[in-house]
Ligand binder design. Structure first.
Ligand SMILES: [Zn+2]
Ligand SMILES: [Zn+2]
Length: 176
């Protein structure tokens, strides 16, 4: 979906659009979209400078970085963005980049706004670097690979690996 800047009126434009799963290009390798993406935003503009205030809601199916189990994670984010036309000349470019350096400003071609791209970016930005199924997830045993959320594996009760104990002692000392 594109918004043609020529078509914008003075009043704020309210957009509510739901994308089907697979309708958005989504680049994360450890997660796939699992539910429709509901995008809701209000666009206001001053000439070709755009301001967009809105939210995205969906869910992704992802893999826990600790225990490798798959789980569904809701994604809900609010965003507040400004878009200005991509500057053309070298000098103009430097000036504009300086002006917007501290602000959350993105560039667009000044003709039409790619809404699909914006929504996909906002979903990706809302995701954590690593997925963890739950805060207290114990992960897998580094020796036998058993899922420690299902109970102790037995490796632990035999004490730490002798090759590791020197390292562990060192760490203990460092803590003091
Ligand atoms: Zn986990
Ligand atoms: Zn084990």
């Amino acid at each position: 979906m594109f918004i043609e800047i020529e078509d914008l009126r003075d009043e704020p434009l309210h957009v509510h659009h739901t994308y089907g799963v697979g309708e958005l290009a989504f680049e994360r390798e450890d997660a796939v979209l699992a539910e429709v993406v509901a995008a809701d935003f209000v666009l206001t503009h001053e000439d070709r400078d755009l301001h967009i205030d809105g939210s995205v809601d969906t869910a992704v199916r992802c893999r826990c970085a600790r225990c490798t189990s798959e789980f569904l994670r809701p994604v809900s984010a609010h965003f507040d963005l400004s878009y200005v036309p991509q500057p053309k000349g070298r000098k103009e470019k430097d000036e504009i980049e300086l002006k917007y350096e501290e602000m959350d400003v993105a560039f667009y071609d000044g003709v039409r706004l790619d809404v699909d791209l914006m929504v996909a970016e906002q979903v990706e930005l809302a995701l954590p670097m690593k997925f963890v199924c739950r805060e207290e997830c114990k992960g897998l045993c580094y020796r036998c690979g058993r899922d420690l959320n299902e109970g102790p594996c037995g490796c632990g009760s035999e004490g730490p690996d002798p090759r590791l104990s020197a390292l562990l002692e060192f760490r203990e000392k460092k803590k003091d």
